[in-house]
Design a protein around this ligand. Structure first.
Ligand SMILES: NC(=O)c1ccc[n+]([C@@H]2O[C@H](COP(=O)([O-])OP(=O)(O)OC[C@H]3O[C@@H](n4cnc5c(N)ncnc54)[C@H](OP(=O)(O)O)[C@@H]3O)[C@@H](O)[C@H]2O)c1
Length: 301
């Protein structure tokens, strides 16, 4: 049987061992690990994968694009896609810094408790704290793509507005479904932050490791929230009172998830995605495709 070869393309000098181990656990037989990969140097690596195996055997080669610089990895992924032609292509998974699988898992978790789809009687109102980072931007993009009204929160109004603008311009999200709000900690009554918390059905904290984004006063302001998800695994919690291992834990009128509580779903999506890129050479799995995969896993499909 033809061995499954995964070409790991990583922008960091040392390719991620985490991504390598998950790939082996998900069924890759051989890993070709490349570090320091850029959009300018990736083409020969892709050609090597495209032209060595013919016919059905080509499906046993696949590409993983990773690295801690998410914008650079997206440039690499775009160049990989542009290098393929006709049927000469292999499956691709794009998951720099785990941002796509983590965001997809967070949205799957939220969707267990609140209808996210457009067409619901009242559109879901979601607040993404730390919404300017790689994970937060993807959570906002995926939730908006489902039809939720999304508020991107940042310490800088300019940064939040720039994320919102990109979603409108590149993803076609209606401007009326997005809001940018500035927040510097605490929760002042009458502030825009207090208002969006008061309206929130779902709050996802995607702030930097160890940064507290929602304290007790913020939680009190979010009186009607139904799902709280904290993706930060490094103490203190990003959302006060949420523990890292919480998974659909009832807390007042809400359910809460911590980073490890979401992490199980993230790992399932990551492993299923590795299998999917070996099953289908046409597959190009970015955040949206990973969310769809997560939703299929969730429904047992
Ligand atoms: N569970 C998993 O498997 C998994 C995988 C990947 C990431 N994560 C976690 O997901 C979270 C988001 O990841 P990321 O890479 O997107 O994070 P990030 O880029 O490090 O930070 C996200 C945002 O947090 C805000 N921030 C930074 N320092 C802050 C501070 N001191 N106080 C308040 N806000 C601050 C920044 O927004 P502004 O400057 O615009 O305010 C930044 O854009 C992290 O906690 C990360 O550890 C979990």
């Amino acid at each position: 049987m033809t061995k499954k070869v995964l070409i790991q393309l990583d922008g960091d000098p040392q390719p991620s061992t985490f991504d390598a181990i998950v790939a082996v656990d998900a069924g890759a037989d051989v890993l070709l690990r490349h570090g320091g990969v850029t959009a300018d140097t990736v083409v020969p690596l892709v050609h090597g994968g495209m032209f060595t195996r013919g016919g059905a055997d080509l499906a046993s080669t696949a590409i993983f694009v990773g690295g801690s610089d998410v914008a650079a990895a997206e440039g690499v992924a775009a160049r990989v896609r542009a290098t393929f032609f006709g049927p000469v292509r292999v499956g691709v998974l794009v998951d720099p810094s785990g941002a796509n699988t983590t965001a997809a898992a967070a949205v799957v978790a939220a969707g267990r408790h609140v209808p996210l789809e457009s067409g619901a009687a009242r559109p879901c109102r979601a607040v993404v704290l730390g919404g300017t980072g790689p994970v937060g931007q993807r959570v906002a993009r995926l939730l908006a793509g489902k039809g939720a009204h999304v508020v991107v929160v940042s310490r800088s109004r300019d940064r939040a507005e720039s994320v919102v603008r990109r979603l409108i311009e590149t993803r076609g999200v209606p401007a009326s479904c997005l809001e940018a709000v500035e927040h510097h900690g605490g929760c002042l009554a009458g502030s825009a932050f207090a208002r969006v918390l008061g309206e929130a059905d779902v709050i996802v904290a995607a702030g930097a490791a160890g940064a507290v984004l929602l304290d007790a006063s913020g939680r009190r302001a979010a009186a009607g929230v139904r799902v709280l998800i904290d993706l930060n695994a490094v103490p203190p919690s990003g959302i006060e009172g949420v523990s890292v291992g919480d998974k659909a834990k009832a807390d007042g009128g809400a359910v809460v998830y911590g980073a490890i509580g979401v992490g199980g779903t993230k790992m399932k999506i990551h492993k299923a995605a590795i299998s999917a890129i070996f099953a289908d050479p046409q597959a190009f799995l970015d955040a949206e495709e990973l969310l769809a995969l997560g939703e299929r896993l969730e429904s047992g499909g």
